[in-house]
Design a protein around this ligand. Structure first.
Ligand code: IVH
Length: 702
């Protein structure tokens, strides 16, 4: 295990302090400054100056040097962004300066901006002859407010707004946002204590990608970018939130010493934003100075027109009095400043006529009712289809074909029908029913008890589900067909080159090389990968078939229990119920799947194509030295991949679990093990390295 493990435990403190040559200190500083500079160019300015590989090379250099001198690792080092901590809950934090909300105007652009300007002028006792008041106009970002506390230039704590007085400590997750500096420049007049406030949000494109990833992994997708951002920030497992693509815009300050008001540099809000920019924070490029109500109205109009094209969602604009002296003079009413107002845009909703109601079959077989609409512009985009989610939503909203319905669009999320405009139906229209058979493949449609969704039972046979099925089949933990990604699968299915799983093994070089962005070399690589995948295990094959409710573990249990595919295909529900952890729902799903002739046909054809595995003896007998024992794997082992280690442990009967508890039999830890190792040590559990695990597999004894 590496010295890195001691980073946050303070264990190195007891060792005699190593003598550190000045050269090393200098080098560390130099590498960190260089990486910070490059990250700023890449993530904030959007102007990378070096290729990714160069960044990685220097990053690894820093990692190696810090590995050799662990006592010199500082929390603001670029290597310390993701610390992998898993928390039990988020700690409450009282804000040093309350996080206020702003008064909202929803009137149209003219009256909203004019009303605000008139109020400001009245409060400041400016008569008509006085000059225009100077404002700063900003987008109102649709994310969540964040307070970032820096002491002596180092990010110490990140807190959510909460109720304005007390927020939650989310430092562990916020550190992973590359746009947020872990330390501020030394020479830019950064105060000793400064809280930077702004909005954490998710860009539309990142949101779409995240949802696709969630869906592919069978995880829940998010309704909109704001929910995705909020859910990610409030994650307890910083490892998960580090994979969520979050962004940040700065728009204000919290506590600051010396106080901002009277501080020498900031006479205006705009100057303060410029300072934040020079400290490395992203400030929205649209932010501008506006003279009086006319400029505010123009800004509101301009942003409204650009809104749909922005890379992130905004729900309005914010106007702020620019002069900090005037801000002080205006002060607050209860929890809202008199010097700022949010001017919201109306929700992106429009009425239109529902001309038809179709059913779409998604990649997972889910049937979704989709309203066909008379084309209507919603938030700058012409909408012709909108989802109604499921049968129960239709019933709840009481919409029928011919109704005038309200359509809502939120960013790149699929538009939805919100409800109907009362009393618009011209004639009698029968109530909508879900089809009894799949509109694509004709297979039976079912809805399981307690579920809102109807599903097609066609499985591999249904073209709508083919792409998903192919990707699942090719996945690393299934048949592991390297290079068969979604771009290729889309082309193969759309071009009707591949209609079923066995077709994959019938692909030739010519067909593959003619696909877009596919040279002869990558075509050959894919053919090699397909060939290699033919030699597999029964568990991988079963998992790859993608039966509903049959995940990796169940596939392994089935393979171990029955020993052969024919035995599984022939098994009655009662026999399936004998398998460890298989209940009635899973047993029924397996039984139904293999009862379908077309599924059996697919299996036979795959075998005929040469897909094979070692069958026969239920290997567990005699060899299950770890039967029923729970083992946790953490960190990187020197020779085995995590999957290999997991497979070996499971073959010996162990249950490989993701979390450490008192019931854990032992923990196998490799390099860069984190909180799980710490927890094991805390609980006094046995901790093994790779060699120790090999020994354990022989005897089953520690
Ligand atoms: S300023 C005292 N500026 O809107 C003023 N807020 O109620 C404090 N928001 O939850 C806020 N964009 O997260 C400000 N450019 C912007 C903003 C903004 C979005 C959010 C903020 C807060 C809410 C204000």
């Amino acid at each position: 295990m590496t010295n890195n493990l001691d980073l946050f435990s303070g264990a190195h403190e007891s060792a005699p302090a190593p003598v550190v040559p000045d050269k090393v200190l200098f080098k560390l500083q130099q590498l960190r400054a260089q990486l910070n500079q490059w990250a700023h160019e890449y993530y904030v300015l959007d102007e990378p100056s070096v290729p990714d590989g160069e960044y990685d090379r220097v990053f690894q250099q820093l990692q190696a040097l810090e590995g050799a001198y662990p006592s010199l690792v500082t929390p603001d080092s670029p290597t310390q962004r993701v610390i992998g901590a898993v928390l039990d809950g988020l700690a409450p934090v009282r804000h040093a300066v309350p996080m206020l909300s702003i008064r909202t105007e929803t009137d149209n652009e003219a009256t909203g901006a004019q009303a605000f300007d008139a109020r400001v002028r009245r409060e400041l006792e400016l008569d008509e002859s006085a000059p225009l008041v100077e404002y700063v106009a900003e987008p109102k970002f649709d994310g969540l407010a964040m307070n970032l506390r820096y002491e002596n230039g180092v990010l110490l704590q990140a807190t959510t707004r909460g109720d304005g007085e007390i927020g939650e400590d989310v430092t562990h997750n916020i550190r992973a946002i590359r746009q947020i500096p872990l330390s501020l420049p030394r020479d830019a007049g950064v105060p000793p204590v400064v809280e930077v406030r702004g909005e954490v949000y998710m860009r539309r494109a990142d949101f779409v990608r995240l949802n696709a990833r969630q869906q592919a992994a069978g995880a829940k997708s998010f309704a909109n970018p704001r929910n995705a951002a909020a859910g990610s920030v409030r994650q307890l497992d910083s490892g998960i939130s580090a994979q969520r693509p979050l962004s940040f815009f700065a728009y204000g300050l919290g506590e600051i010493t010396p106080p901002a008001h009277g501080g020498p540099d900031f006479a205006t809000h705009y100057a303060m934003l410029q300072a934040l920019k020079s400290w490395g924070f992203p400030v929205a490029p649209q932010v501008c100075i506006a003279q009086g109500a006319p400029d505010l109205i123009a800004f509101h109009e301009r942003m409204g027109a650009d809104r749909a094209d922005l890379p992130y969602e905004i729900d309005g604009v914010v106007y702020k009095v620019n002069s900090l002296a005037l801000q002080r003079q205006l002060g607050f009413v209860t929890r809202e400043p008199r010097w700022a107002v949010a001017h919201k845009y109306p929700a992106e909703e429009m009425p239109t006529r529902m001309e038809g109601l179709d059913v779409q079959v998604g990649r997972t077989g889910k049937l979704t009712p989709v309203a066909r609409l008379a084309p209507v512009a919603v938030g700058g985009v012409i909408v012709t289809n909108a989802t109604l989610h499921n049968l129960f939503e239709i019933r709840k909203k009481r919409v029928r074909v011919g109704d005038t319905v309200i359509v809502r669009r939120a960013g790149d999320v699929i538009p939805e029908v919100v409800g109907k405009v009362a009393g618009t139906r011209a004639a009698y229209v029968p109530n909508f029913r879900m089809p009894a058979s799949c509109p694509i493949c004709g297979s039976a449609v079912v809805r399981e008890k307690g579920e809102a969704n109807h599903r097609c039972t066609g499985g591999l046979f249904c073209p709508a589900q083919r792409k998903e099925a192919l990707l699942h089949f090719a996945a690393r933990r299934a048949m592991d067909i390297e290079g068969l990604g979604d771009k290729i699968v889309d082309q193969l299915v759309d071009g009707a080159v591949v209609r079923s799983l066995p077709d994959l093994y019938r692909l030739g070089l010519v067909a593959l090389a003619s696909l877009e962005r596919m040279g002869e070399k990558s075509a050959q690589n894919l053919l090699d990968a397909l060939e290699k995948s033919k030699s597999t295990t029964l568990a991988r094959f079963l998992f790859g078939l993608g039966l509903r409710h049959v995940g990796e573990t169940t596939a392994k249990d089935l393979a171990r229990h029955f020993g052969s595919l024919d035995a599984i295909m022939a098994a009655e529900v009662e026999q399936l119920l004998q398998v460890r952890d298989i209940g009635p729902v899973v047993a029924a799903s397996i039984h139904t799947f293999f009862a379908q002739p077309h599924n059996r046909e697919v299996v036979e054809q795959l075998r005929a194509c040469g897909v094979h595995w070692e069958e026969g003896a239920q290997r567990e007998l005699g060899a299950q030295v770890l039967a029923g024992k729970s083992v946790v794997l953490t960190g990187t082992l020197p020779t085995l991949s995590r999957d290999q280690a997991k497979e070996m442990l499971e073959a010996a009967g162990a249950k490989v679990s993701g979390s450490v508890s008192k019931k854990t039999f032992c923990v196998v830890a490799g390099a860069e093990a984190g909180s799980k190792l710490a927890k094991a040590q805390e609980l006094g559990l046995p901790v093994l390295d790779e060699a120790g695990m090999q020994a354990l597999l022989q005897t089953g004894e520690l």
